[in-house]
Design a protein around this ligand. Structure first.
Ligand code: ZN
Length: 252
């Protein structure tokens, strides 16, 4: 980039601003990475939770099935005892009562068996869902591991670039007049990390205020003086446009 006026200090300020822009961008990129990894990890947790939920449901159903089996067994024992009493019964009334008790036990067993059947159907359904849920989780686990490795590598690379950019900006700042650096910092910290801006068509590109015509001319031509926007106080420079160069190169 060529700056009109050829002001050396201004060129250095523009370079410093560009380095700060680079540092800011790298910091922003770096700051995004943990959230990106976390988002992917949460997706993985969702898949894992589905699989865990299915397994818990299956365990629960198996316990219920086991309980049904036990209940049937105990009712069968109960019925056997009742049946064994039959030959020793003395009266018709007692006999009828015992038969009624046996019938009631049979009904109870039948109802337990119905419940067990329902549980087994539900169990089959849940077990059938396992392979897909497992595959989905394992597939995502693999994707996540790869994504995380990629993001870790990216973070390391960006951190390296950031360190290099920081070093470059420190070296650059060290070559400048300390008073100038201090002014730059004041504006930089108060004006959204932008201390040096271009002036285009006489307008400050930082705050979009019209620069006074005399100042605008000096920004374009002065090789010694620095100018600041009267409104946002940022340092102003004017970039030479390639078209303008070509035109001025043509003799009129
Ligand atoms: Zn301004």
């Amino acid at each position: 980039m060529i700056i009109l006026g050829g002001n050396k200090q201004l060129e250095q300020l523009v370079t410093l601003q560009k380095l700060d822009d680079e540092v800011k961008e790298l910091q922003e990129t770096l700051a995004l990475i943990p959230g990106q990894v976390e988002k992917s990890r949460q997706e993985l947790e969702t898949k894992k939770a589905r699989l865990n939920r299915l397994n818990t449901e299956i365990e629960d159903l198996k316990k219920k099935r086991g309980q049904c089996e036990q209940d049937v067994k105990s009712e069968n024992d109960h019925m056997l005892k009742a049946q064994q009493k039959l030959p020793s019964v003395k009266t018709n009334k007692e006999y009828s009562a015992l038969l009624a008790e046996i019938d009631a036990i049979k009904e109870k067993i039948s109802s337990i068996e119905d419940r067990e059947l329902g549980i087994m159907e539900a169990l089959d359904q849940k077990e059938a869902e396992i392979p897909e849920a497992k595959q989905e989780f394992e597939g995502h686990q693999k994707e996540f591991d790869e994504y995380k490795a990629r993001k870790d590598a990216e973070a390391a690379r960006v951190q390296g670039e950031l360190d290099a950019a920081n070093k470059k900006r420190e070296d650059m700042a060290a070559t400048l007049d300390p008073k100038l650096v201090s002014d730059y910092w004041k504006i930089f910290s108060r004006r959204d990390q932008v201390a040096v801006v271009a002036m285009k068509d006489g307008i400050c590109q930082g705050c979009f205020q019209l620069i006074r015509p005399q100042v605008a001319i000096e920004v374009k031509s002065s090789d010694k003086l620095l100018h600041n926007c009267h409104s946002c106080h940022r340092f102003l420079y004017c970039e030479a446009e390639p078209a303008e160069d070509a035109e001025s190169a043509v003799p009129k």
